[in-house]
Design a protein around this ligand. Structure first.
Ligand SMILES: Nc1nc2c(c(=O)[nH]1)N[C@H]1C(S)=C(S)[C@@H](COP(=O)(O)O)O[C@H]1N2
Ligand SMILES: [Mo]
Length: 492
């Protein structure tokens, strides 16, 4: 059967360029995210020592004041985007470029299957395997296999697996790491191996892409750089290969230039970069990852859960601690009909809810625990929010002291929708005992479809507001203000 010779149409060349650009941003911001917890596990307890891969370059003293933040590995801006311990911005870049990469991928796929070009990737006979093996042996004997249409069998098989096996796997494992998804579909997530398996496979996907890229580059050169660039840049429409070479190198220089620009601007103007990268992406993220409610009931307890954030050291907290929280009251203020002052025993007299869930920190680690407390929904029924009340600001006794450059009290803002979710509670118990100091004694928030940083510990009150731009730096939480995390929602 004679088939039409497959060339390199403009759409293919343009999407190839964007794929390359977004992949560089995705890999570099992915490396930034890895730096926030450079360890990989096959289990969700993330027991220190149980990791199968560890890139941490220091020994962490696991004394009583040890927290997960001590395990961060700041990375060079030459490698990571943006580098130097910037998890917040790394995540902004990762989600921003994933959207661009998906759009370009969807365009590519659509045109691939609307034209005869699907045949360039999809093998139509099982003979592809012996043929690819032959081509492999030819390469090993340091010769080039005959060109196919347009790819030789080994090339075709590799590209096919890259696009139709590796890529869906990387997308799936990326989505499964979102707490909003794993909390809504815990059985499916467990069936597919669980969150830390997904994270490990996502990393192996990154390694596979980089490995592919290096071999791809090598092969392009081995097959004749000028000729291959003439294909990929100009579709051989002109017979001057020098032009292709010039344009090809200009495209590579543009990608490198954009990477340098992205890195520099992020390090120099982190807040503005965050704002710019949220445009459009914020509403997409909200649409896909904000409305799920957690249905977790794992009935598992991790033996040594990590903690994050050192316990408060101010006099107010130490006094409450010494008094065993006898004079502690939880205050409900702001746009409510009925402000409340609740002592711990009064809170404990309200209906108690227990939930057995997986805690997921934005850094990457996780643990199982059971939490007991009062549903925020029940507190709302008591204080009766006024119609203007849109957000809940949880205030804490946690005045930050760990580093001189970051101060202020820890706080977190959630919207009414999150507040009313079935597994949103003000917890006073962890694993059947009163909350330990490390985990937020006497009260902490649990929002089981969100990342850990939203779950304020050492909570002393909640204020109902219409708008939170006047609180802290106006970003919706202490970590959002200080570390450029996401505003308002942390479902992924
Ligand atoms: N007050 C306060 N709450 C906080 C933090 C903090 O530093 N201070 N850290 C947050 C982060 S980043 C995480 S992952 C969880 C950790 O909860 P844990 O220490 O109980 O494991 O608490 C969140 N709540
Ligand atoms: Mo966290």
């Amino acid at each position: 059967m004679e088939t039409q010779a497959l060339d390199f149409p403009l759409w293919l060349r343009v999407t190839h360029f964007f794929n390359f650009l977004f992949m560089t941003l995705l890999v570099r911001s992915g490396i930034e995210i890895i730096g926030a917890h450079p360890m990989f596990y096959w289990n969700n307890d993330c027991e220190p020592g149980s990791e199968w891969l560890n890139f941490l370059n220091k020994k962490v003293e696991r004394n009583t004041l040890w927290t997960a933040e001590d395990e961060i590995r700041p990375l060079s801006p030459w490698l990571a985007l943006p580098g130097r311990n910037n998890l917040g911005l790394g995540r902004h870049w990762h989600l921003w470029s994933v959207v661009g990469w998906l759009l370009s991928g969807i365009l590519y796929m659509t045109l691939l299957f609307l034209t005869p070009h699907w045949q360039r990737l999809v093998p139509t006979s099982w003979s592809i395997f012996p043929e690819a093996w032959q081509a492999f042996k030819t390469y090993l004997s340091l010769e080039l296999p005959a060109a196919g249409n347009p790819y030789n069998p080994l090339q075709q098989l590799t590209y096919f697996l890259l696009v139709f096996a590796l890529t869906p796997l990387v997308i799936l494992t990326g989505i499964l790491m979102a707490p909003a998804i794993s909390a809504r579909y815990p059985k499916l997530t467990a069936f597919l191996g669980g969150r830390q398996v997904a994270r490990s496979i996502h990393l192996l996907g990154l390694v596979a892409y980089v490995f592919f890229f290096l071999i791809h580059l090598f092969m392009v050169v081995a097959h004749g750089l000028e000729h291959k660039l003439a294909n990929m840049v100009l579709n051989n429409e002109y017979d001057t290969n020098h032009l292709a070479l010039a344009i090809g190198f200009a495209a590579i220089a543009l990608v490198i230039g954009l990477n340098i620009f992205a890195t520099k601007v992020s390090l120099k103007h982190p807040f503005q970069t965050k704002k710019a990268l949220e445009v459009g992406i914020d509403s997409l993220r909200r649409f896909f990852f904000h409305h799920q409610h957690s249905v977790q009931d794992h009935q598992k307890i991790s033996p040594t859960p990590r903690a994050n954030g050192q316990p408060p050291r101010n006099t107010a907290y130490t006094r409450h601690l010494a008094e065993e929280f006898k004079n502690f009251t939880f205050e409900v203020r702001g746009l409510v009909e009925k402000p409340l002052d609740l002592r711990l025993d009064q809170l404990k007299a309200l209906p108690k809810q227990e939930q057995s869930t997986l805690h997921v920190c934005v850094q990457g680690w996780s643990y199982y625990a059971t939490w007991g407390g009062v549903r925020i929904e029940n507190l709302l029924a008591l204080c009766k929010p006024l119609p203007d009340a849109k957000y809940l600001v949880f205030h804490t006794l946690d005045e930050k002291w760990e580093k001189p450059e970051v101060d202020g009290y820890y706080y977190e803002v959630i919207d009414m929708e999150l507040a009313r979710k079935p597994q949103t509670i003000l917890a006073y118990e962890m694993n059947g005992a009163p909350l330990p100091i490390a985990h937020g004694a006497p009260l902490r928030l649990r929002l089981e479809s969100q990342l850990g940083y939203k779950m304020a510990k050492y909570v002393c009150g909640v204020e109902l507001v219409e708008d939170f731009s006047h609180i802290g730096k106006g970003q919706g939480g202490w970590r959002d203000d200080v570390l450029n995390y996401y505003v308002k929602t942390a479902g992924i």
